[in-house]
Every structure is written in C-alpha cells, then in structure tokens.
Design a protein around this ligand. Structure first.
Ligand code: PLP
Length: 399
C-alpha cells in the first residue's frame, strides 16, 4: 500500500496545490524528490511476483508507475476534485489514451468543432482509420449535440473555453446529454485549469490536461494528464498505459508538480491582466472585435462566469484590419510578446491562429471554427500590464 499525505479532509485548492502528493522519504526532504529510475527493486522473488500480478501495490517499472509521477497525479486529482489521475507524455497522449481506453471500431464520438486542431485530426483521421465514427458540432448549441446522438455514441468531447475564440460550452447541459445516451463526457480543461474551473462539479466524467500549458506554467516541458474516477483510471486507463506506454517522464512530472504550487496565484493574476487588456482593446481604434469570456460583450459571459469561478482566463483574441497581412504586420511589430503558438506561460505569447495552430485545417473547417485571417491571439503572461499595452500599440502602428 502506497501511503497518503496526512492532510485535513477540508484542505482547499491552494493548500492541496502545495501539499498533496506522497509523504517525504526517510530523509525528510521538504521539496519533493525526483525519482529518476526506470525500475524498482523487490526484496525477494515472491514479492516481485505478487507486485507483477497486481496483488500488492508497489512501484515496479516507470512506464506505469513512478513516485514523482504519482505525486503529480495525486496533486492534480485533488485539485480537480476527482478520485484519480494518470499522467501522460503530452496533452495529445492524454486524448489518445482516452480514445484507446474507451472506444472500439464502430463506436461514435461527438466533438465540438472548436476544439484544438490536433484533437480534430486525431479523432477524425487517426481513429477514423480504425473505424471510429465522429460528428463535429457547434461549441455553444447543446441542441446540436443532442441531435447528433446515435445508438453507438460512446463519448462526447468538449473543450471550454475554446482556442482561440474563447467560446464557452455548457458543461452541465452536455453531461446531461451524454448520460442520457449512456455515454461519457470528456472535457479538455487546458484553458482554465482547476484553479478556475472544475468540470467534475458540472457532471463531466473525465478531464483532459495538457500539462505543457498552465500546469507547468513556464513553458518548460511537454506533459499531459487525464483525471477521473478510480474505476475508469485504474480499470480502463492504466492497462492501456501498461501496454501502450505513452508515459509521462518523471522529470517532466516533477516540473509540473512544482508548477502546480503556483497555479492558483498565476491563473488569478494572468486572468485579471487578460481582462484588463481585453477591456482596453475594445476601446482601441482599428480592432474589429475582441474575444474574452470576462467581457460583458462575450456571448456566453454569464455561463462563463458561473463555470469559471467568475474569471475569464488568460487568453484574449481580436480581429485586426487587413486580413492575414494586417495580422502578420501587427504580430511582427511587437517587441515584448513571444511569437509562438504555445500558451500558458509567464511570458506573453502572440500568434496568428489560421496559419499556425489551425494551419492544418481546411479554410472551410477554419471558418466553421470562426478562425478568420485577421484574427490574432494573445495568451497573457505576467509582464507589467502597461508594458503589454504599449507593445500591442507598437504592433498596431506597424500594421
Ligand atoms: C496544447 C493543447 C493540447 C495538446 O497538448 P500537448 O501537450 O501540446 O500535446 C490539447 N488541448 C488543448 C486545449 C491545448 O491547448
């Protein structure tokens, strides 16, 4: 039996973020240890046999169990309010293990048409090859999801808020549709993280994370995780991990583990800066439209405030004049923002979604997702807000 940390049962998110994990080793280290070991040693052959047969809980091999990875999993599960979590080598690996664990040939998935581009490719092309059917529907219209349900529907897949337009879907409404169809609801919680949104509270069954984003929070590693019930994680996901091996490296798990300690404080600060920037952008001449869930002008503002602890998140998108050329000139005119499609960093990033994150989609798919050529996305970091405003002004003047 692997012991637990002795925490009060009512410990809150910011406390869990710093304290949940595994008890310290006999050396009494205060910062969590990094266990860089591929395998674990057993006291004798009989114990080894029991551990391999899952009759005794212990660490065996880091492809499917490592103390540092387990600390990250326990901490993230506690923060999401789920029983269990499994770390994966990337956010995409988290989605892949979910599809592998829950689907077979002939099954049907309903997915928002506004999810991460690689998620659409993975479901439609890669799993389509193995006979998994899929329908892509409106992010914001639960009736469209209900209408897409088929007798073989096993999974509903949502991401909220979406990238880059921050469209919000109604998690409780989708959970209801999924459960009435005997299916499960999976929510990609990348953009809010558990610091702002806990999808399990609204009825989601599984929560996907790209640890690469806000969980690490400083743009250092690629990592992922799936959170859910012990029944699903232990019963369906761990066996796939054991045979398929999309494992999270202990080093990357340690970086995410330490990143989680500052998640709450970072998310609140970056979200507040993003809202201030969005409100200011709405007053800047030459900007056609600004997208941020914290704006009163956002079409799902009220729903977002309910689901996201009253906060909009750190991503702001806006449409500049002049299409692709206008957007590229604006991006190239900035000096502080990093030109990269990544997000969830303390460094503010700026990107042109239609030629980067959404570049592999067809123009029709892009327009269905609302990703026009003039759209620019900023993922706000921790720089001084006035310096960021000045940087965007520099960009707009170059446009
Ligand atoms: C980045 C991202 C992913 C994929 O995560 P990786 O760690 O890059 O594999 C999945 N979903 C969303 C919403 C993302 O932003």
């Amino acid at each position: 039996m692997i012991p637990k940390v002795n925490l009060p049962a009512d410990a809150r998110l910011d406390t869990l973020a710093v304290r949940e994990g595994l008890p310290a080793t006999p050396w009494g280290e205060n910062s969590e240890a990094l266990f860089l070991t591929s395998s674990f040693v057993h006291p004798d052959a009989a114990t080894a046999a029991r551990r391999f047969a899952n009759e005794e809980e212990a660490f065996v091999y880091s492809r499917f169990g490592n103390p540092t990875t387990m600390m990250m999993e326990r901490r993230l599960a506690a923060m999401e309010g789920t029983e269990a979590c499994i770390g994966t080598s990337s956010g995409m690996a988290a989605i892949m293990i979910t599809l592998m664990a829950l689907l077979k040939s002939g099954d049907h998935v309903i997915c928002s048409q506004s999810v991460f581009g690689s998620t659409i490719k993975l479901i439609q092309s890669e799993f389509g090859k193995f006979g998994v059917q899929s329908s892509f529907v409106s992010q914001t219209d639960p009736a469209a999801w209900a209408a897409a349900v088929q007798p073989n529907t096993k999974l509903l897949f949502a991401e909220t808020p979406s990238n880059p337009l921050t469209e919000v879907c109604d998690i409780a409404a989708l959970a209801d549709i999924a459960h009435r169809a005997g299916a499960l609801l999976v929510v990609d919680n990348c953009f809010c993280s558990p610091a702002l949104q806990q999808p399990i509270k609204f009825g989601a069954d599984l929560i996907i994370h790209s640890g690469t984003k806000y969980l690490d929070g400083q743009g250092r590693v690629i990592a992922g995780a799936v959170c859910g019930s012990t029944e699903l994680i232990e019963g369906k996901f761990v066996p796939v991990m054991r045979s398929a091996g999309m494992s999270l490296s202990p080093f990357n798990a340690w970086v995410v583990l330490k990143g989680l300690e500052t998640l709450g404080i970072r998310m609140r600060a970056q979200s507040a800066s993003a809202l201030a920037l969005a409100q200011w952008l709405e007053t800047v001449p030459g900007i056609d439209r600004v997208y941020h869930p914290g704006l009163a002008s956002h079409p799902q503002h009220a729903l977002a405030m309910t689901q996201q602890s009253g906060q909009g998140g750190a991503v702001v998108s806006f449409i500049v004049k002049g299409g692709r050329e206008g957007a590229w000139a604006m991006i190239d005119g900035t000096r502080i923002c990093s030109i990269t499609a990544n997000l969830g960093d303390t460094k503010t990033t700026i990107t042109h979604p239609s030629s980067t994150s959404h570049g592999r989609l067809t123009e029709t798919q892009r327009l269905a997702a609302g990703v026009v050529q003039g759209l620019v996305r900023v993922a706000v970091g921790l720089e001084d807000l006035d310096d960021l405003k000045a940087d965007l002004v520099r960009g707009l003047q170059a446009e």
